[in-house]
Write a protein that binds this ligand. Structure first.
Ligand SMILES: *Cc1c(COP(=O)(O)O)cnc(C)c1O
Length: 368
């Protein structure tokens, strides 16, 4: 890999392929794979990821918002794309771009049917979401009856899948709750099949559930985090390869005497002779202020260098007193010696938030 000469997020497509195949190998033959590439493929690059995943023969894509789906279509992505969280205002664009909406309530189902009918659509593919305990989106047992009532009266839409989402698939302490969600889903899916008299795809598992509840994969799974190399569990993380490595470079070295201070609010005060390095990355790039004051660090020439003082918008200072290094040397923020989960933990957050938070101004470099 080339040495970083500025802040870059390196994206390793071979790692993505490894993760896709590893997760796929957990599934029974015939179970379909939906690749979740919302939020720029968790901060990576949704178009590059989608192209590679199409090559690997993923069956489906999912993104959160309509705009994300349109961007993929404009880049030539042709596999079906589920929009997980659309709003009715988006429906015309969804149809225009051959995207497939998640309809999660009587209101959204009716509004989509109205538009599809007005456009004289036949069997337009839609997905129905059940709320089995997450209490975020979806039809419950109580309002399920709207589905057969509305779907039975129209030929404009076809239910291509029904799904639900688990609230705690990574947490063994919540096993009983997760099992109750699985039973509820089975029950609602059974009702749906009886009512519409055909069998749509059924999917419930996210990455952690694929590993922790292998008998609940139904006919499709939805994996996001695992594709990018993490699975909320150190043992599972070992099977996967992190796709992204966030690197930067030393801009300048400062030699401090006792009593010198560093950065805004003079937040770091040297108690002895100290050598710091200044690096071109900051909270506007997604490395939040919480990581300052030694809470977290980065790696320089294989050695750990804690962050000193406050994280600035575009700059961070690190303590390299004990590291043999010079201006122009590479710095690793995460990837390689620094696991994303560990860095996220140091800031009191989770891998999902850290990687999706790397802002778009950080250059993405795709490694084939
Ligand atoms: C984001 C998301 C996923 C992917 O979950 P991972 O834990 O990243 O695999 C699956 N389903 C829904 C509904 C989501 O919002």
């Amino acid at each position: 890999m080339p040495k970083a000469e500025e802040s870059v997020l390196e994206i390793d497509l071979n790692a993505l392929a490894h993760n896709f195949k590893t997760i796929k190998s957990q599934l029974s033959p015939g179970v379909k794979f939906m690749s979740v590439i919302k939020a720029y493929a968790y901060g990576n690059d949704s178009v590059a990821m989608a192209k590679k995943l199409e090559e690997l023969d993923t069956d489906y894509f999912a993104v959160a918002y309509t705009e994300e789906g349109i961007k993929l279509r404009e880049a030539g992505v042709s596999k079906p794309i589920l929009i997980l969280h659309p709003q009715p205002v988006n429906y015309p664009e969804i149809i225009e771009n051959c995207l497939e909406p998640n309809l999660y309530s009587a209101r959204t189902l009716q509004l989509f049917i109205d538009i599809a009918e007005k456009q004289k659509q036949k069997n337009y593919p839609v997905h129905l979401k059940f709320n089995t305990g997450m209490n975020r989106l979806g039809f419950t047992e109580t309002n399920y009856h709207h589905i057969p009532e509305k779907i039975g009266k129209t030929e404009s839409v076809k239910v291509v899948s029904a799904f639900s989402h688990l609230a705690a698939s990574e947490d063994w302490k919540e096993r009983e709750f997760t099992l109750s969600q699985i039973y509820k889903f089975k029950d609602l899916a059974g009702k749906l099949i009886d009512d519409i008299r055909y069998e749509p795809l059924l999917h419930l598992c996210n990455t952690s559930a694929i590993f922790n509840y292998p008998s609940a994969t139904f006919s499709m799974v939805r994996s996001g985090l695992g594709l990018y190399g993490f699975a909320n569990d150190p043992n599972l993380d070992e099977k996967l390869k992190p796709v992204g490595t966030l690197k930067t470079v030393i801009s300048q070295i400062q030699n401090l005497k006792e009593g010198d201070t560093v950065g805004y609010s003079r937040a770091f005060k040297a108690e002895k002779i100290t050598k710091t390095a200044t690096i071109p990355i900051g909270h506007a790039d997604g490395i939040k202020r919480i990581y300052g004051h030694g809470k977290a660090g980065v790696f320089v020439n294989g050695e750990y260098a804690p962050i000193v003082g406050n994280v600035c918008m575009d700059i961070i200072m690190i303590d390299v007193t004990h590291i043999d290094c010079q201006e122009g040397d590479e710095v690793i923020i995460f990837g390689g010696p620094q696991h994303v989960t560990k860095l996220a933990g140091a800031g009191g957050t989770i891998s999902y938030e850290l990687i999706t938070g790397i802002s778009q101004r950080v250059k993405r470099v795709i490694i084939q």
